[in-house]
Design a protein around this ligand. Structure first.
Ligand code: PLP
Length: 408
């Protein structure tokens, strides 16, 4: 696709709704063989007709006029490019880049925009592996990090130093579904010319578009809602063409590209994103209200409940509250495990955002190897349960929860 068509595409899709964008966004309608489905271009390298053709390409590439033509699989693929255009349209971004996993995307961002001597600010409650990479690995390369409490933008502002280059946050967070006031965050960062990155995996572009509030880059583990079927791993980043070009340079070295077949599956999943998320929002709200009123449940975290600390921010920024509900069962660790084992619909598995409901006891899943005191210090109690709602019927999910809670 040449630059001209890209601009026209952006102009055409700007006014369309999220359901239309999920199906057609960034769309290249002229597929080979008039196919409606985008072809899976399964190739590792791209050939030249002759040496004249090769030199013309090298010259064009040097002047930035290669128009998407590449010579090797690590530098681009048409199926992956179709996915990137779709994600860019959904996020209201100029461009997007796809990666092999969410972690590959996050690490490419951190490597691309930080160097030795730089300072990074992250909010508490971020994805465990992101936190580990930043606090343990980046530190070895001379990047200093300040961790600030999630709802405290004053603390964040006073953590800013002259060498602060990046603010990284997540919204809603895992497992407490805290929602960051992105409007204020972007305003604070822009005044100081600091780049902002939001891991918006839990929100999806259906419920929240961080770039609309002035955030620079939005990143997703596409393994979760974007693909939505618990069968593919992928990551995507969306933002300005300039920032995405910087990420592509980094990806050209790091690797971590998305395989074209996986890209096809994420594109296919995206077509139903708006429908799935709408159902998951409904299921989330029904389940949160049910649990909130249940005597065997001690506490519920769901941004759609007025009792959630960020309910008002979520109402202002988000179009839906999502499909993840976190709660404490009125039981000890074993009692909580008994409740989970009694559930019949959700699978016991890490991950979230797919059509199948998944349930986990964080103390026994992502946080198993942590010392119990350290776990408690970050709020992971033994009776905590994270439930990721799929697209099943809400009545069936409620009946299942009810029978399992009756056994507590
Ligand atoms: C799963 C997840 C990641 C990591 O993504 P992978 O695709 O598993 O590499 C990052 N951030 C959040 C919020 C996640 O849920």
């Amino acid at each position: 696709m040449d630059v001209q068509t890209e601009t026209e595409c952006a102009a055409r899709t700007q006014t369309q709704g999220p359901s239309t964008l999920a199906v057609h966004g960034g769309g290249e309608r002229d597929n080979p063989y008039h196919a409606v489905a985008p072809p899976i271009v399964q190739t590792a390298t791209y050939a030249f007709r002759n040496t004249v053709d090769l030199i013309a390409f090298q010259e064009a590439r040097q002047w930035g006029e290669a128009h998407g033509r590449v010579d090797y699989g690590r530098y681009g693929n048409p199926t992956v490019a179709a996915l990137e255009a779709r994600v860019a349209a959904l996020e209201g971004a100029e461009a997007a880049a796809a990666f092999s996993t969410g972690m590959a995307a996050i690490i490419a961002i951190l490597f691309a925009f930080l160097r030795s001597g730089a300072h990074l600010i992250v909010t508490e409650d971020i994805y465990r592996r992101t936190r580990q990479f930043i606090l343990q690995f980046l530190r070895r390369f001379g990047v200093e990090t300040t961790v600030v409490p999630i709802g405290d933008l004053e603390a964040l502002e006073s953590a800013i130093r002259p060498n602060t280059r990046l603010i990284f946050t997540e919204t809603p967070t895992n497992p407490y579904l805290r929602v960051v006031d992105l409007e204020r965050l972007a305003e604070i960062a822009r005044r100081r010319r600091i780049r902002t990155v939001v891991d918006s995996t839990f929100a999806t572009p259906i419920n929240l578009r961080p770039l609309d509030y002035g955030i620079d880059l939005v990143v997703h583990s596409a393994t979760k809602y974007l693909c939505g079927h618990n069968d593919v791993m992928a990551g995507v980043v969306a933002g300005s063409a300039e920032l995405i070009a910087g990420l592509r340079e980094m990806q050209a070295m790091l690797g971590g590209i998305l395989d074209p077949h996986a890209a096809y599956l994420v594109l296919r999943g995206l077509k139903t994103l708006a429908l799935r998320v709408q159902r998951q929002n409904e299921n989330g709200m029904r389940v949160a209200e049910f649990l909130n009123a249940h005597p065997k449940v001690r506490r519920v975290w769901y941004p759609g409940l007025p009792s959630h600390p960020d309910h008002l921010i979520a109402r202002r920024l988000m179009r839906g509250f999502g499909g993840v509900v976190t709660f404490e069962v009125a039981a000890d660790r074993e009692g909580t495990s008994g409740f989970i084992d009694a559930l019949r619909i959700p699978y016991i598995a890490p991950s979230l955002g797919g059509v199948e409901s998944l349930v986990e006891q964080p103390a026994l899943m992502s946080y198993y190897e942590m010392e119990p005191e350290d776990r408690l210090a970050i709020g992971i109690t033994d009776n905590l349960v994270r439930l990721s709602l799929g697209i099943e019927d809400a009545d069936d999910l409620l009946a299942d929860l009810d029978q399992a809670l009756a056994q507590v």
